[in-house]
Design a protein around this ligand. Structure first.
Ligand code: FHN
Length: 440
């Protein structure tokens, strides 16, 4: 076969932006350490907060942070919301203390969502919480100071998609004609703008956990200049973990893979068609109702049992669980979410060591439950199973003993070359997760 001339290869490669990423990326030692920390941490709080919260979801299920696009609000009108955003009840110490009581180890907060509004003090734009709102304080800065005080890592969700900036042009699949932006613009100038705001986030707030990108799906074929952006982030903070919710296999330069409202490898949502990275840390994110931003009409809350099951199944796939809340415009986290977070935190007080610091177990999650493991022990998480004997065909790790996690009482088991059988205690209360510790 004739080989491509180098120039032709370069031209072809340059035309396939989606294959870009940080070419030749080798994670720094601190990045590899932070990946281990991330996989040990297992559980974080996702926060979707912006001026859209003023409209409390806009009266429709699941509209919340998408209200500008769903209600086709022009930029000149939407900007008025900033004038009503005055979260005087925002108390970062209250939020971070709640996160710790909830058993969470990190926070991922929207520094900028698709509406383009910066929840931090940006020098390059006055469309930010300090310059454009009566509140006038740097939300991200206040939260980061408190996270540092209380030992919680802070990640920034940053939308590459921008419905406000005039240079986000040509438009993508959203934020199109209704915004009132001119039918012209300089795409590279927008990427420069985005990289400048990222530089602010990676320079002005100390060491951050990482960047959670979202929005590439709006213009999948565009040249997002990822090589530049990822190199910039890793140059400013080599330990910062980059993830991008593009629903494709991770690009070079990405340090973890996330899954939105699906477990790794599943696709109940219809857009999680990517495979699962065999080498990167994994994280799945979920809402407590059906909305990411605050939505006063969305009372379809998931139960504590459901959310614990999701966390355990995620851990069974070796993935973190990033559970979302959308704070109210007064700066408070809605009481229904506080109650749920505290209930899960209570469960973790007893069972946390079967989740934190573990990796996926030898048996993939199944309808009955999941397995996690750490040095010398495997945790069987029996979630939904009515039988009195759990049969695990093909289980091939030699087991020395089996005890109930809760009280170390012995559990009967049989093991042979076909697999493992476990006799489950009869008096199983309706606990969310019957954990059995197998000593290997
Ligand atoms: O459009 C966003 C949405 O508002 C939210 O931020 C979720 C969270 O993962 N991501 C996108 C939807 O896929």
């Amino acid at each position: 076969m004739r080989f491509l001339s180098p120039l032709l290869f370069i031209l072809l490669f340059a035309m396939i932006p989606s294959l870009h990423g940080q070419q030749g990326y080798r994670p720094a030692p601190e990045n590899l350490q932070n990946r281990e920390w991330f996989m040990d941490a297992k559980y974080g709080l996702f926060i979707h907060w912006g001026v859209y919260s003023v409209l409390a979801g806009g009266g429709d299920q699941g509209i919340a942070e998408w209200i500008m696009n769903r209600k086709q609000i022009p930029v000149v009108q939407y900007e008025k919301l900033a004038g009503f955003f005055n979260p005087t009840g925002f108390d970062p110490a209250e939020w971070v203390s709640l996160v710790k009581k909830a058993g969470m180890k990190y926070i991922t907060i929207t520094s900028k969502h698709h509406d383009g509004f910066a929840m931090f003090d940006s020098e390059i734009s006055s469309y930010d919480v300090v310059d454009a709102t009566p509140y006038g304080k740097d939300i991200i800065g206040l939260l980061k100071e408190e996270c540092d005080r209380q030992g919680i890592r802070l990640f920034f969700y940053h939308s590459q998609l921008d419905w406000h900036h005039p240079d986000y042009y040509p438009r993508g699949n959203t934020g199109r004609d209704y915004t009132g932006r001119p039918d012209s613009g300089d795409w590279n100038a927008y990427i420069d703008y985005m990289n400048t705001q990222l530089t602010e986030l990676l320079t002005n707030y100390g060491e951050i956990g990482g960047i959670w990108f979202d929005g590439m799906w709006d213009k999948p074929e565009a040249n997002w200049r990822l090589d530049e952006t990822y190199s910039l982030i890793h140059r400013l903070q080599p330990g910062a973990l980059i993830g991008s919710n593009h629903h494709r296999m991770p690009f070079p330069g990405e340090d973890f893979q996330m899954f939105e409202r699906d477990l790794p490898g599943q696709n109940t949502m219809g857009f999680n068609e990517a495979g699962v990275s065999e080498s990167l840390p994994l994280e799945m994110c979920e809402t407590m109702n059906n909305s990411w931003g605050f939505n006063i009409v969305d009372r379809d809350y998931k139960s504590v049992r459901q959310l614990i099951h999701t966390m355990v199944r995620a851990a069974g796939f070796g993935a973190n669980f990033l559970l979302n809340t959308g704070p109210m415009p007064n700066g408070k986290i809605q009481p229904e979410n506080v109650d749920t977070l505290l209930a899960i935190g209570k469960w973790l007080e007893t069972y946390g060591s079967s989740i934190y610091g573990t990796r996926k177990g030898p048996v993939e999650p199944a309808p009955w439950g999941a397995t996690t493991q750490k040095e010398g022990v495997i945790f069987l998480h029996v979630l939904d199973f009515d039988g009195d004997t759990l049969d695990l065909p093909g289980f091939n790790v030699d087991i020395k003993s089996a005890v109930l996690f809760e009280d170390h009482s012995r559990v009967r088991f049989w093991q042979n070359k076909e697999g493992l059988k476990i006799r489950l205690p009869e008096n199983r209360r309706a606990i969310p997760d019957l954990v059995i510790t197998l000593e290997t």
